[in-house]
Design a protein around this ligand. Structure first.
Ligand SMILES: Cc1cc2nc3c(=O)[nH]c(=O)nc-3n(C[C@H](O)[C@H](O)[C@H](O)COP(=O)(O)OP(=O)(O)OC[C@H]3O[C@@H](n4cnc5c(N)ncnc54)[C@H](O)[C@@H]3O)c2cc1C
Length: 408
């Protein structure tokens, strides 16, 4: 994305519902995304996954800019905002506007799945890890998925198992698709203990932990995932999160919030595709007039502006529901994820269509010019799959309509 591309959301979207504190956060994150992330985004978004390519400098810069404190309470050393979930979602939109992979790895996983779960860890663990998280000195991961248990996180599907030993637990099993795992210092792991699920915090340097090579994926190249193996790993007792047998509840609490984050990332990617395409349509003429003068495309983009307004309103409302403890939060989060993630793919596809070859290309050999839509299209697909496939979001909404007996 060139810096000159006008940000159309500033003109088209009414910030009616955003408190002053959220607008300030948005300004700060946008400045960071434009000045620090954007210059390296094309390379990050287009270079195949590797541990050596992990952007440690960005982790450190985000820490120095204070961005990792945004979601957390004063008691935990965070900013103590009145609307922390809302600020986190706006941060995700702004970051995904430039790089979906970075938004997913360093905000959705690092701050929501890892950071949010850390809030429920023991006081000693929190006192040790929160300052290092804020400073950008550690990277965290969060592991529920396994080769045969991802969408289905039932006790019979889950294979990673812990047993009690003197001073703690021993952990054995295997996790799959774990974001940040090739570079992580700590990882929350959902495991079976007796006949229920428990969440433990694993030090990735502990004996018996092994991480595979990063997976090679269709998109989100800056988001490293891998298989993680636990071979009789000792986990000290104070690395238990909350209480034994409450692990699934803890995981679902973080995942519910993470879902809104995926919706917000979708809005960021959709807005980036929209802005690029509209700018292009003004400047490209076919049959003697700019593409922006063709009613077909005017109407399509009018529809997309409307969908962007709806998708952004949904994630904003879901985040406020989270911040104010509304009973509707799970349904709101499901709707926000469903709409935001679907819109990103739909908009990217049509943005590529109207930009023609300049939508399809990532770098034009003749000029060296870089183009963003190809990466946005690839990156958008995973939003419909992870943190609860969109069919699961439909299932959650359907439950509200037809009841659990009918839906399951
Ligand atoms: C890039 C990436 C990053 C990830 N990061 C993490 C991470 O950090 N931590 C972690 O624990 N996991 C992570 N995951 C795992 C991710 O959340 C799972 O991939 C996702 O939950 C889907 O699981 P699966 O791929 O095994 O598909 P399955 O569970 O096998 O499901 C396949 C498909 O079946 C369909 N389906 C499933 N259930 C239903 C239903 N009830 N009704 C109708 N259709 C249904 C859906 O279309 C779904 O996409 C990541 C995955 C990827 C690809």
């Amino acid at each position: 994305m060139t810096k000159q591309t006008p940000r159309l959301s500033d003109r088209l979207y009414d910030d009616l519902w955003l408190p002053k504190e959220t607008l300030e956060i948005r300004d700060n994150v946008r400045t960071f995304a434009t000045q620090v992330l954007a210059p390296v985004a094309h390379e990050l978004n287009n270079t195949p996954e590797s541990v050596n390519g992990f952007p440690w400098h960005l982790v450190k810069s985000m820490g120095e800019a204070g961005l990792f404190r945004i979601p957390f309470s004063k008691a935990d050393g965070g900013l103590g905002l009145e609307y922390p979930a809302l600020a986190t979602m706006v941060m995700l939109e702004e970051t995904a506007y430039v790089s979906s992979g970075i938004a997913a790895a360093l905000i959705d996983v690092q701050l929501i799945l890892f950071g949010h779960t850390l809030q429920h860890a023991s006081p000693t663990v929190k006192a040790k890890l929160f300052p290092t998280l804020y400073a950008g000195d550690i990277v965290g991961a969060f592991a529920t998925s396994e080769p045969a248990a991802s969408t289905d996180l039932s006790i019979n599907a889950l294979q990673t198992r812990a047993t009690r030993v003197t001073g703690g637990y021993r952990l054995t099993g295997r996790k799959r698709w774990i974001t940040n795992s090739p570079v992580a210092h700590y990882m929350f792991v959902l495991c079976k203990l007796d006949q229920s699920m428990t969440m433990l915090l694993v030090d990735m340097k502990a004996q018996g932990v092994k991480v595979g090579e990063p997976d090679k994926k269709m998109g989100n190249h800056a988001q490293l995932t891998a298989d993680v193996y636990f071979d009789d790993v000792f986990v000290p007792a104070d690395h238990l999160v909350g209480e034994e047998a409450k692990g699934l509840k803890s995981a679902l609490t973080s995942l519910t919030l993470g879902r809104v984050g995926i919706g917000a990332c979708g809005v960021g990617m959709a807005q980036a595709a929209f802005d690029f395409a509209v700018d292009y349509m003004h400047n490209r003429s076919v049959f003697g007039k700019p593409l922006s003068n063709f009613q077909y495309w005017q109407f399509r983009f009018a529809d997309y502006a409307t969908q962007l307004e709806s998708a952004r309103n949904l994630y904003v409302k879901a985040a406020i529901a989270q911040d104010t403890g509304r009973a509707s939060v799970a349904t709101q989060c499901a709707m926000a994820k469903l709409v935001g993630s679907s819109l990103a793919g739909d908009l990217a596809r049509d943005a590529i269509q109207v930009c023609g070859g300049y939508g399809f290309v990532k770098e034009l050999a003749a000029t060296g010019q870089q183009f963003p839509l190809e990466a946005i299209y690839r990156d958008s697909k995973i939003g419909e799959i992870y943190e609860g496939a969109n069919e699961i979001q439909r299932l959650l909404v359907a439950r509200q309509i037809f009841g659990k007996d009918a839906v399951g």
